[in-house]
Design a protein around this ligand. Structure first.
Ligand SMILES: [Zn+2]
Length: 197
């Protein structure tokens, strides 16, 4: 999103964009995206309307920025958890827990990333979503199996997780039950683990 305050990807490290995105996520949790206006976001963030115009262009631009921030936050949590020592299935479980706990902690985040951004956003959001999907697949794929074979089962795993989380986020209040789902979600891992030869 090119705006007067940014050219390209400067949003990621911008404090104003972060505050505007956080305000958007809060309002999504409270009222739903359709009730949100640029003026409301600015008021919540304690900023003048010029801030949103200057940093994100308009509400659609902020949606892209906030989506990317949200995806980066979720990926960052998963990456940290996955980097911990231990067998693959345990690290996978920790990564799932990290994602689920963040989503449960910030109900508007899941709604933004899994529903509103994808439904309201255009090709730019869809490209970023596809890129995020591939990042998550690369994260969970076993590096010691990098022999050029298609990583089909890791794609299935990330796809299944994404679909399940989106389904929960779509149901009002269901995000509260997300932490209780960790065991079941982690139980997905062995299903996708290769059978020992
Ligand atoms: Zn900014």
């Amino acid at each position: 999103v090119r705006t007067p305050a940014h050219d390209g990807n400067g949003h990621a490290a911008c404090r104003t964009c972060r505050q505007l995105g956080d305000a958007l996520i809060e309002l999504i949790a409270e009222h739903g995206y359709s009730a949100i206006t640029a003026a409301r976001v600015c008021a919540r963030a304690g900023m003048s309307p010029d801030a949103l115009t200057g940093h994100a262009g308009d509400l659609d631009g902020l949606l892209v920025t906030a989506f990317q921030q949200g995806v980066d936050d979720l990926y960052g949590r998963a990456e940290d958890a996955f980097a911990s020592p231990g067998p693959w299935d345990r690290r996978f479980r920790r990564a799932v827990e990290a994602i689920v706990l963040l989503l449960a902690d910030r109900p508007g985040l899941g709604r933004l990333c899994f529903v509103d951004a994808v439904e309201r956003g255009g090709p730019e959001i869809w490209r970023r979503r596809d890129r995020a999907f591939r990042r998550f697949v690369e994260l969970v794929a076993k590096s010691d199996e990098d022999d050029g074979r298609p990583r089909l089962r890791f794609e299935l795993l990330v796809g299944a997780l994404h679909t399940t989380l989106r389904e929960r986020v779509l149901q009002p209040g269901a995000w509260r039950d997300l932490p209780a789902l960790c065991d079941e979600l982690a139980a997905l891992a062995p299903v996708f683990e290769p059978v020992a030869a």
